[in-house]
Write a protein that binds this ligand. Structure first.
Ligand code: ADP
Length: 197
């Protein structure tokens, strides 16, 4: 089947779309434990980019796991497929000229390496939201840790499933030491040069 798929050559290119938008596109990927602060920080980064007239979209568990990935569980092989599909969606959006923010636990190093391959390294910025398990558990934003400790949730990252921390993230945010505003300005400083045409 695959050999019969011959790409059509379209006249409007990614570069054309980026020129129209007046900025480049990329994927800003937030990884970290549940409750580490990924969505909180991504949300403020997106607001700041929006104010600058930059075209953005945020992918997170709510819009992905309730829709395209609603058939997937939290078992390791399904987590891998979850991340692969998100990366493919992000890749299309980056091709469309959009700055994509993605906030997912994404606990496996090999899955995050795969994202980099799908979107290509130069379009990928990895943000490690580094918050200790103890602090995430103290926050317990969604009550998931309590449920996991009670044995009501299986495969809970940090409790009954592993989290493989990035060794060389592009940006590391320590939310127990820095405020949301500090995290946001660190991220904006890193990506601003990458967005200019
Ligand atoms: P995640 O998306 O990683 O699961 P959330 O962003 O939903 O995590 O929750 C993180 C919680 O931690 C929020 O309630 C947020 O207000 C709180 N928090 C406290 N300090 C910080 C900080 N410095 N950076 C990000 N979040 C923080």
């Amino acid at each position: 089947m695959k050999e019969n798929i011959i790409p059509h050559s379209y006249q409007v290119s990614k570069a054309d779309r980026q020129t129209n938008n007046k900025h480049k596109s990329l994927l800003l990927w937030f990884t970290g434990l549940s409750g580490s602060g990924k969505s909180t920080i991504a949300n403020v980064v997106e607001q700041e980019l929006y104010k600058l007239g930059i075209k953005t979209y945020t992918l997170d568990g709510d819009n992905i796991r309730n829709g395209i990935n609603k058939d997937l569980s939290f078992a390791p092989e399904d987590r891998t497929e979850n991340i692969r599909r998100i990366a493919e969606i992000a890749n299309l959006m980056v091709d469309a000229g959009v700055v994509v923010l993605a906030a997912f636990v994404s606990p496996y190093k090999k899955d995050r390496e795969n994202i980099k391959k799908i979107v290509q390294e130069e379009n990928f910025v990895e943000v490690f939201v580094n918050t200790s398990l103890a602090e995430c558990e103290r926050r317990d934003v969604k009550g998931l840790y309590q449920k996991a400790r009670a044995g009501e949730i299986k495969n809970m990252t940090g409790i009954s499933a592993p989290y493989e921390a990035p060794e060389n993230p592009d940006i590391e945010i320590k939310t127990e030491e820095n405020t949301v505003e500090e995290a946001v300005s660190k991220i904006l400083k890193h990506i601003t040069p990458k967005l200019s045409l």
